[in-house]
Design a protein around this ligand. Structure first.
Ligand SMILES: [Zn+2]
Length: 262
């Protein structure tokens, strides 16, 4: 049966700015999520539920974040390079990850991020049999990989270029390094962590960037592009017809999810 939703969190007229963080790392829960909460924004965490740190330590923290509206989605079951493994292994990585995230987090992982951005057209097509969207294939978007050496000018310039061109902006990073650790040449946590000061400066900058953009999760940004593609925005409302609902159902998105996310 068709459903109608009044937009509350996702606005079709705005560009999406999305922050994604990979690899189940503790500072995502302890430092990154609180920074987003300060701004009343949400971001996306791509986890590997097959890893011990997720299963035994962090899943509770991620579950609490999911309950607050953060997206906890799939980065594969055990962080395999998806274009380099067999069909059977890939099927396992997709389906087992969905199963475990659903079990531990109590929500279906709607989107997928390829470990090490390792993908090709075939595996993207496969991923889309399980998920609404993959991190590197959102329509009308620009991408930026956050590195430790990234500076604030690089971050804001890239964002401005995206806004000027009317593109969504998708950041991908792993974790955080404190200013003291950075200055002492310490590693911080995860692959190429961003400095805490840079992230908070960037979030403040975005807060003052006006009404053209909104910071939302990757799942929300993906739904927005789905709505655009299928012309489901009519007279100020999202009108999901049976065909669209059937398509969404296949990737684990039901009416309740739509109401929660939109
Ligand atoms: Zn990764």
């Amino acid at each position: 049966m068709p459903i109608t939703i009044l937009p509350q969190k996702v606005h079709i007229g705005k560009l999406s700015v999305v922050f994604t963080w990979d690899d189940n790392l503790s500072r995502q829960i302890d430092i990154i999520a609180p920074l987003f909460i300060e701004h009343n924004w949400r971001c996306t965490f791509y986890v590997n539920p097959g890893e011990d740190v997720f299963k035994h330590r962090y899943y509770k923290g991620y579950k609490a974040l999911a309950e607050k509206g953060f997206e906890v989605a799939s980065h594969g079951y055990s962080h395999k390079w998806m274009a380099e493994i067999s069909n059977q292994e890939r099927e396992f990585e997709f389906s087992e990850s969905i199963k475990e995230i659903s079990k531990h987090i109590h929500h279906h992982p709607i989107t997928f991020a390829f470990p090490a951005h390792n993908s090709n057209d075939n595996v993207v097509a496969e991923a889309k049999q399980y998920h609404l969207e993959t991190r590197n294939t959102l329509a009308n978007s620009r991408y930026f990989r956050i590195q430790s050496a990234t500076d604030i000018a690089e971050l804001t310039n890239n964002l401005e270029v995206a806004i000027t061109h009317g593109n969504n902006y998708v950041f991908s990073g792993h974790s955080i390094i404190t200013e003291t650790e950075y200055l002492n040449n310490e590693k911080g946590e995860g692959w190429q962590p961003i400095r805490v000061t840079l992230l908070s400066t960037l979030l403040n900058y975005i807060e003052n960037s006006g009404e053209k953009i909104e910071v939302i999760t990757f799942a929300q940004a993906s739904l927005k592009e789905f709505i655009r593609k299928h012309n489901l925005f009519k007279e100020g409302k999202y009108e999901f017809n049976d065909e669209a609902l059937t398509e969404l159902e296949k990737v684990g998105v039901n009416a309740k999810t739509l109401n929660t996310l939109l």
